[in-house]
Design a protein around this ligand. Structure first.
Ligand SMILES: [Fe+2]
Ligand SMILES: [Fe+2]
Length: 340
């Protein structure tokens, strides 16, 4: 994958720097952030996405020596702070309601994920979406799904053995249980190919809006900071607890619009797996973590609500465009239909 295109002054400055060979004497990198909502800020989100990516598979045109460059970590912190603040601000009332409520934490988190208000992308895909809308949904999700599970894996060494064992059990399934073709990332790549889309890692990063990048960036933010480990696990819990039933709907919509079984298979796989994973994540991991360290409860709930809120914003964005018979990102087959 090549470095994405810059979307403003911050990404321009950062990308110009990392396209050069690492120079330990290059000195600080000064950037100035725009005002406005960090979650929807294209320049901020694409820069953050690229800086995080240095820790994953990185870019063929970027020197690997940049990964821990102090000037990049300083910029990253400058971008993460307003992003995290905005997320915390947005979910403050829901977090307070769940943290202050009586009862078992896992039950409260299940109640939160069941009752969270937001437009249902799964219902639309199941019943109404066109083929092009299904393709568009798949291409947005590719930004995260092709690295599915990786951001939560950063948390493993940060946990005590009992909770670590449960997280590894869950992640083992995400990584295919020892079968390379069943790694969920690989299942997603297969779905993309069968749906006529580009399955190469990061293929659609240049096309998607800030909100799609923010979905991926929030998991990296939580995963890469030890202090946010509880938020990462709360995020994982929310992902798992909102997956099984929606995935059944996504699979039905994919078949309804005439795509082949391999496109639906990624979602089929999550129907049963995540019915198990949601119990493991919320009861075996999140609730047990908080039992051992009660001070982490608010961050578990923060991670879960941040996930739900970003997903709701993403769904609203797509559904609004589709209601107007438009696309946020036109799927490639349509783009190819340019009149001669
Ligand atoms: Fe998965
Ligand atoms: Fe899962």
């Amino acid at each position: 994958m090549k470095l994405p295109r810059a979307r403003g002054p911050v990404s321009t400055a950062v990308f110009e720097r990392i396209l050069q060979a690492r120079d330990v004497l290059a000195g600080p990198l000064r950037v100035e952030l725009a005002s406005g909502d960090p979650i929807e800020d294209d320049d901020l989100q694409v820069t953050l996405w690229a800086l995080y990516e240095l820790h994953y598979r990185s870019f063929e045109d970027v020197d690997e020596g940049w990964e821990w460059a102090p000037e990049l970590l300083a910029v990253r912190e400058q971008l993460e702070a307003p992003f995290e603040r905005a997320l915390r601000e947005e979910v403050r009332p829901q977090v307070a309601a769940v943290v202050g409520a009586p009862g078992d934490l896992a039950d409260r988190l299940f109640a939160l994920t069941d009752s969270f208000e937001g437009p249902s992308l799964a219902e639309h895909i199941q019943r109404h979406a066109t083929r092009e809308q299904v393709q568009e949904f798949l291409l947005h999700r590719s930004v995260y799904q092709l690295k599915e599970a990786d951001p939560h894996t950063w948390v493993i060494p940060r946990l005590e053995p009992d909770i670590k064992a449960r997280l590894v059990e869950l992640q083992f399934d995400e990584y295919g249980g020892g079968r390379p073709a069943r790694v969920h990332q690989a299942l997603y790549a297969r779905a993309l190919i069968e749906a006529g889309l580009d399955a190469s890692y990061g293929a659609y990063v240049d096309d998607v809006p800030a909100i799609t990048l923010a979905l991926s960036n929030a998991t990296s933010l939580f995963g890469l900071h030890r202090r946010l480990r509880a938020a990462a696990l709360g995020h994982l819990g929310a992902v798992e607890a909102t997956s099984s039933i929606p995935c059944r709907r996504f699979a039905a919509g994919i078949r309804r619009t005439g795509f082949s079984d391999p496109v639906a298979f990624f979602f089929d796989e999550h129907v049963e797996a995540d019915a198990v994973h949601e119990q493991l994540a919320l009861r075996g991991i999140c609730a047990e973590l908080v039992k051992a360290t009660p001070g982490l409860e608010a961050d578990v709930v923060f991670g879960a609500t941040a996930c739900l809120t970003l997903e709701a914003r993403f769904a609203a964005r797509l559904l609004e465009a589709w209601d107007n018979e438009e696309h946020v990102v036109p799927p490639p087959r349509q783009e190819a239909q340019v009149p001669a």
